[in-house]
Design a protein around this ligand. Structure first.
Ligand code: ZN
Length: 436
């Protein structure tokens, strides 16, 4: 498991940022997203795009902008039953403004609960159907006293815009590695604030690297509709250049393993490299197949774009009992989890950079003499040298213009970063070179 001091400090920083951003009322549109991006700009440089509501984006239309001031439900005695002062989850996202009094029987259809987790408040939205409602725990709903209730939902649902952002870090190559994180969820820590804070710090760290080979594109867009809008507006700018992509989702959960949802193709470089990385770092993980009802990878890999985009999580969200409830709170995530995931994403970029295809410069006729180049240990009995020789032989044998560093590492049974160290003296000694 990656757990370096570097990862620990990134994790601590990520957790503090997450605490800051947790209360903001994010939604599909509105000032919660803008204020979140404002804070991220303390760490990274963003390009921001405001797409007017009513804009057609492929088969969709951006709905009115929604902003929440406050929503409160008062009980028969005038007491506050629930208020968004306590958590944004108490109001159905995109609730229209309402001020009325009504009996409990008429209020009931506007109350949303989740019976399976009776103490938790569920996360509910209604983007396209005009509606209003409150979310509360099943136990609270069951205990509501009969009588008249007063509903005060102070929201603004009017034409405006949807806010998208990206952070593009140019590399030596125009080929891109894409990271996606969704920016629309209100006060839940793992889904998906964890991805926002982890990838913000990953992008900040990558921005410091002087010799990036690949261009890095981090996309901050509301889930589904935001990514559809981003692809509509910017897809032509990058889709031909995307070498690989990862959507980060639920990357902060306490004590959970890694889950890789492979790309639609299932055998893309991103699938193989990520699996290799998890395996080599001995991170407990599982691999699941692509599903077209997952997160934003399904937009990137829709037939028209067909980008190789996988998804990396800790627990798979549909298996996580706290998913889309108030139990996904600041206690559900840890600095350690956030730091480990930050390191995995950084190591994944390293792995892409290391993963080139190699060819022998001498045509590859038989094995070259390592001894005269100082690459063969003169005393053959030193413990451990056998592996170095064996790994070097694998590299030389597979430098045929068809195998990449990952393939060499897998055949030799070592991590890609170790194989890359084996390759370095062979490249410096002029014995192999990158295949064109
Ligand atoms: Zn979600």
């Amino acid at each position: 498991m990656f757990d370096s001091a570097y990862a620990q400090s990134l994790g601590q920083e990520a957790y503090e940022l997450l605490e800051d951003l947790f209360p903001l009322p994010r939604s599909l549109t509105g000032n919660g997203v803008r204020r979140t991006l404002d804070r991220l700009e303390d760490f990274i440089t963003l390009r921001r795009f405001e797409i007017p509501t009513g804009t057609e984006i492929f088969d969709w239309v951006i709905p009115n902008e929604w902003n929440l001031n406050e929503a409160t439900l008062y009980g028969p005695d005038g007491e506050v039953v629930v208020s968004t002062k306590d958590t944004n989850l108490h109001v159905v996202g995109y609730s229209e403004p309402v001020s009325l009094e009504l009996p409990l029987e008429e209020l009931r259809p506007h109350i949303h609960t989740r019976a399976e987790t009776p103490d938790a408040i569920p996360y509910i939205t209604s983007y396209y159907k005009r509606a209003w409602g409150f979310c509360m725990s099943q136990n609270m709903a069951d205990a509501l006293a009969p009588g008249n209730y007063r509903v005060e939902i102070d929201t603004v649902l009017e034409p405006g815009s949807m806010t998208l952002a990206d952070c593009v870090l140019p590399g030596e190559s125009e080929e891109e590695i894409l990271f996606n994180e969704c920016s629309c969820h209100p006060s839940m820590a793992n889904d998906n604030l964890s991805s926002i804070v982890v990838l913000t710090l990953v992008l900040r760290e990558l921005a410091k690297r002087p010799n990036r080979h690949y261009t890095i594109r981090g996309i901050f867009a509301p889930e589904t509709l935001g990514v559809i809008a981003y692809l509509h507006e910017k897809g032509a700018e990058f889709s031909d250049k995307t070498r690989a992509g990862i959507t980060a989702s639920c990357v902060g959960a306490r004590g959970e393993q890694g889950t890789l949802e492979i790309s639609r193709d299932g055998a893309a470089e991103v699938d193989k490299l990520t699996e290799h990385l998890l395996k080599s770092a001995e991170i407990p993980h599982r691999i699941i197949d692509f599903v077209p009802i997952g997160s934003d990878e399904r937009q990137y890999s829709s037939p028209g774009f067909n980008l190789p985009v996988a998804s990396l999580m800790r627990t798979y969200y549909y298996d996580w009992v706290q998913y889309h409830t108030s139990d996904d709170n600041l206690d559900a995530v840890t600095p350690e989890s956030l730091g480990q995931m930050a390191e995995i994403f950084l190591r994944l970029v390293d792995a892409f950079e290391m993963n080139r295809t190699w060819v022998r410069t001498d045509g590859g006729f038989c094995e070259p003499q390592l001894g005269k180049r100082g690459l063969y240990p003169s005393t053959g009995s030193v413990k451990g040298t056998g592996d170095i020789v064996l790994n070097t032989m694998w590299a030389l044998n597979l430098a045929d213009g068809k195998h990449d560093t990952l393939a060499m590492a897998e055949r030799a049974g070592i991590p890609i970063w170790e194989m890359y160290e084996v390759l370095k003296p062979l490249v410096e000694g002029g014995m192999i070179t990158e295949a064109s």
